[in-house]
Design a protein around this ligand. Sequence first.
Ligand code: GTR
Length: 352
Amino acid sequence: MIRDEIAKRKLPAVLKDGVTKETFAAYQDELRTLLADRCFGVTPEAPKEVKAEITFTRKDEYCSKSLRQGLTLSFEMEKGSFSFPLTLETPYSAKPVPAVVYIAFEDFRSDGYQPVEEIVDAGYAYATFNYAAVTSDDNDFENGIAALTTRGTDHDWGKIGMWAFAASRVLDYLLTRPEIDPNRIIVMGHSRLGKTALWAAAQDKRFAGAVSNDSGCSGAAVNRGKVGENIRDIYTRFPYWFCKNYAQYMDNEDKLPFEQYHLLALVCPRPVYVCSASADEWADPLSEFLSAYMVGEAYKLFGYEGLGECEMPEPGKRIVGDKVGYHNRPGTHFHSRYDWIRTLRFMDIALL
Ligand code: GTR
């Protein structure tokens, strides 16, 4: 039973004593500072301006349903200017459309994790970039955006922070496009990029919502009592995703001054959707579900229903509240059309 699971894991409270709707934003500031200092590292100031250059335009994609554009976004960092490519697919529509910023493992391609025609058919614009074009997914801090900032102290940002920062620069640009509804731009990612999407929305309130797919350890999954990957596993293999302080919590999860539902609480009251895959034991679906379940308490402050009194859904089932949703897709670690379609259906309503 979920209640027993929560008691057994000795999970910390979602809300500090006395937090109200009025003081929630101040509480979020504390949580954000904590997550930056202990886990993902501190993000530098946003640039004053993001310049966009259109590199190609195709007007008749998907039997003329959508416009595809390649772009280069450029801006100044502490040690010089940085540019990276973006692809934007915008469905033709009489009214401004919602949009998804998808932090991807590869360049734009209409296949695999990127079912672009389905996304366009669901009425969403799709803005995607290859995370490797921002900085490499390894311990090399001499390339891309990493080379233009500092990583000296124990709380300097890691690669997840850098990819999240790039997602915010995409948002800067999308907010200049009249075809896109500025109040309905969400951020999404799978696995390590699901962790990134949550951290992006946690820091940037202009994102209207966040979606994590199979994000597991240091993403949506609660650390205390987690099976599969733990902080030692992740920090040993991927120390560069995080700030150096995170090492203190290897084999020491009980000392973490937050839980992963606090990362989700940073998105509240905006919508958040957590996707698990039933056979993704490394990510641990039950621990991902627990975060979605627990964070309901924060949404209640705003009069929104959380997941309610429920148990972990069977594979193939989902549970949604007003602004928080969860599904347990049958199968292994993957970002499938199943995940995309159900996510966007949830967002259709939750973003209203
Ligand atoms: C794994 C890592 C996970 C997850 C995954 C991925 O190796 O242990 O935390 O992020 O990679 O990004 O595919």
